[in-house]
Design a binder for this molecule. Sequence first.
Ligand code: SF4
Length: 367
Amino acid sequence: GLPALPARPLAVRRPSRRIQVGSVAVGGDAPVSVQSMTTTRTSDVGATLQQIAELTASGCQIVRVACPTQDDADALATIARKSQIPVIADIHFQPKYVFAAIDAGCAAVRVNPGNIKQFDDKVKEIAKAAGDAGTPIRIGVNAGSLDARLLRKYGKATPEALVESALWEASLFEEHGFRDIKISVKHNDPVVMVNAYRLLAARSDYPLHLGVTEAGPAFQGTIKSAVAFGALLSEGIGDTIRVSLSAPPAEEVKVGLQILEALNLKQRRLEIVSCPSCGRAQVDVYKLADQVSAGLDGLEVPLRVAVMGCVVNGPGEAREADLGVASGNGKGQIFVKGEVIKTVPESKIVETLIEEAMKIAEQMEET
Ligand code: SF4
């Protein structure tokens, strides 16, 4: 069968209470899940469901949709019913949409404490409605919309300010016996964000939704998120993650999944072990690695494929992998499970690797 998880994550998980976001458990010993958010108008049910289907296909486990208008609220029931993954309604200002989202069967609702005052006495009713329906609430604190009182107190969105805001809002729900909560304390600075989550993790047992907010375009956002999530998850902190990129949401999911795989929190799928190339290289390693990645894209089995530029480290790495090539003298030695199975001319390396990868993948899937 599939090789057992080599997963020895870096840390013991922080104990947290477990909540249920539709079919996906968050917190406790549930695997860390990956989520994203749609960019369509939620009121455009067809486009939104289409994007949710794409996100589902990319490995997204929970999806959030914005709900700024009545038309969006009206669309929630159909979206929640037809989505393949749990749908969370994201609501900033209007308590009536929180009730609408609960009635619509959304798997959870996200509210923002910067706007909690607008909820005033509605907190009790929200706690009651959410409690009756079994709908959890995410308290989403964001540096950009921190409560004015806390901004005055702390001068800016410090980790302490973010955490005080989150725990204060949680307490508003707790007063009414509602504890079906997960929390996020997002900031665009990974260092502030990491410190905020550490503080929050020490002060409560709620499951935590990690996010670096407004992380930026794909490259910068990927680095910021990987660094921040890596720091926290390697300390056992974090129960569900959302990478925020100024890029299509399926990209966020790809990055999120890779972060979890890199940390051994998720079984690794295709992994290309390729050398950086150097003055010894006897083939174009970049091109070879790109072509092999492209040829094997979408393969779901945990396959390690080594693409090495020369015979110095080549054979060693190629032997450690399920499959690999060590190039030299216009030829490639193809290794499968540590054995050289053939030597092919350079022009045949890519197709041979892909062919062999498919054979191994089939065997893995059969067993
Ligand atoms: Fe250089 Fe060879 Fe190492 Fe690649 S495998 S980095 S070409 S020494």
